[in-house]
Write a protein that binds this ligand. Sequence first.
Ligand SMILES: [Zn+2]
Length: 126
Amino acid sequence: MNTEEAMTIVKEKQKRRWLHQHPDYNKKDAYYLLPRDDQVVIVRLRTGHCRLKHHLYTKFHIGDSASCPCGTSPMTVQHFLQDCPTHQNLRAETWPADTPMRDKLYGPMESLRRTAAFIRASGVAV
Ligand SMILES: [Zn+2]
């Protein structure tokens, strides 16, 4: 076995390990086609590593509570995208029909862009 063959085997092994460790990896994910600023918003919402109060308070003890300013629930990604009454009008303009979280965060390009636009229009930093 020469060095080139050995490198090929090592790379294949690393690739298989990476794919095993990232079972949700989807090469055709519209995320990769988004402009950078939309990618940042989407990945923060997908992972929950964001500046919404629930994450800041529970993870870093920043702020006085995890509650949303609306007072109805912890300020999570789920609450913000789906339920928060403060953003109900904007949500209805953005998504006239009920739209599941899965579509907002993992749907086609148009869905992801719409989600990023909703976040920007809300004025809330994620
Ligand atoms: Zn709320």
